[in-house]
Design a protein around this ligand. Structure first.
Ligand code: PLP
Length: 449
């Protein structure tokens, strides 16, 4: 593609004139003008091409512009571009079937939303109505979306400004051995103590007041902390003991990211409700949803479900989901993600950790990995303080700039970089990304002591 800096400048000027961006001080941002994208890459108007190690916001699980999904959306647009949610529409039914066939256990009914936050809102609504209880427990190290209840369930600092109190939300500590809130030294200890802490929290909050516990199966933006063996099964047991609805949020971890269709499969647990979005159709058209088990679905057999959205199960989004899921099955994309994690990305990142003093820990699975960057491997002091901004965040900013200079678009959150390429990235692309990370980590190393 021919560079065209003038066109790029015009796109950016138009953006700055009228587009109000998420999570940003509008006067301080300088968004890159994107000219195009394909597969694992995107490019700007100045002749720079980037390997996308972020998958957008961790959602383009099949990369950009997959021809079969693009064609399916075009075909659906020509046939029936939209239709209201109260009707039976072939492509909506087919998307629900393909999803329900892959979700674990008896999660066989699908309520469609436009994205992850709405899925979380509706899962909480279902749990409250099903149990007749009000409180919802969530983990501090979590992200569940930016709408009212979802942002209050969220643990990370994006909640702070909106912490006007979604009534009934209670947060607890989930396991994270590398930075253990429980002074644990083994995974078994971490798991047992985290479960005890959860059960103590429930006892003091009043078990009969708690509708749901929501957890990301593998927390994403908060740091890709794979739960220790036994933890999620333990949460399942606690939920059963107290009649609490167990909600797993698979908005980020679902649809192949961990090398399984859903991360819950790694841990042999079946939640009562499961939220999804992102990878369900790689975000080609906005779509999310809640997979509902038989018991909760039955609650609404005779009693109306008091929730809905104009675009619930939008035909264009569902056509994209049907095509995406079929592509993932036909091209063995989920198996490929597992292979990359086991044989290319995981070993490659661990090798970087050995050589770079700034890498404190490597953790993850599939194409879902975090590098915890530190000032010092012994003390594990984060490379930048929690929620650092400006000068305090300079080491991470320098790391990010170095990655981009090397043609890699990095995912950065606080003191971490996440390696989250497309599930169908080639081995060569992953190796290219590892080489660019290697160079960028040398810049991070300069800030260690
Ligand atoms: N839940 C999890 C685990 C997420 O990672 C996200 C988004 O990153 C959400 C919910 C919110 O999804 P959305 O941004 O589509 O509302």
């Amino acid at each position: 593609v021919e560079p065209d800096p003038q066109a790029g400048a015009a796109v950016k000027a138009a953006d700055r004139a009228h587009v109000f961006h998420s999570w940003s001080a509008q006067g301080l941002i300088d968004p890159l003008a994107v000219a195009g994208a394909e597969g694992s890459y995107f490019w700007d108007y100045d002749g720079n091409r980037y390997l996308d190690f972020t998958s957008g916001l961790v959602y383009t699980n099949i990369g950009y512009q997959h021809p079969k999904v693009v064609a399916a959306i075009q075909e659906q647009a020509g046939k029936l571009a939209t239709f209201a949610p109260a009707f039976a529409v072939d492509v909506r039914s087919e998307a629900a079937r393909l999803i329900a066939e892959r979700t674990p256990g008896d999660l066989d009914k699908i309520f469609f939303t436009n994205g992850g936050a709405e899925a979380v809102e509706n899962a909480v609504r279902m749990a409250r109505l099903h149990t007749g209880r009000h409180k919802v427990l969530s983990a501090f190290r979590s992200y569940h979306g930016a709408t009212s209840t979802a942002i209050n369930l969220t643990g990370d600092p994006r909640r702070w400004a909106s912490d006007t109190g979604s009534a009934g939300v209670v947060r607890f500590w989930a396991p994270f051995l590398y930075r253990s809130p429980f002074y644990a030294t083994t995974e078994a200890e971490e798991s047992a103590r985290a479960l005890q802490h959860l059960e103590d929290t429930i006892a003091f909050e009043g078990p009969a007041t708690i509708a749901a516990i929501i957890l990301e199966t593998v927390p994403g933006t908060a740091g890709i902390m794979t739960p220790p063996p036994g933890y999620l099964a333990g949460v399942r047991e606690i939920c059963d003991k107290y009649g609490i609805v167990f909600v797993l949020d698979e908005v980020m971890a679902g649809f192949g990211r961990t090398g399984k269709w859903f991360a819950a499969e790694h841990f042999d647990v079946v939640p009562d409700l499961m939220t999804f979005a992102k990878g369900v159709n790689s975000g080609y058209v906005p779509l999310g949803g809640v997979a509902i088990n038989a018991e909760i679905a039955a609650t609404f057999d005779k009693r109306p479900y008091p929730g809905g959205l104009t675009y619930s199960g939008h035909p264009l989004a569902c056509a994209a989901a049907v095509a995406t899921i079929n592509v993932m099955a036909d091209e063995k994309v989920v198996e490929h993600a597992a292979h990359l994690g086991e044989n290319v990305l995981g070993p490659g990142l661990r090798e970087l950790a050995e050589r770079h003093p700034s890498v404190g820990e490597v953790r993850g699975m599939g194409v879902f990995w975090a590098l915890d960057l530190v000032k010092n491997k012994e003390t594990r002091e984060p490379l930048v303080p929690y929620n650092a901004a400006g000068e305090a965040n300079a080491p991470m900013a320098a790391f990010g700039a170095a990655a981009k200079k090397n043609g890699l678009w990095p995912f950065i959150n606080m003191n971490r970089t996440h390696a989250v390429p497309a599930c169908n990235a080639s081995e060569a692309e992953v190796k290219e990304g590892l080489a660019a990370l290697d160079a960028a980590l040398s810049v991070a190393d300069e800030h260690t002591a």
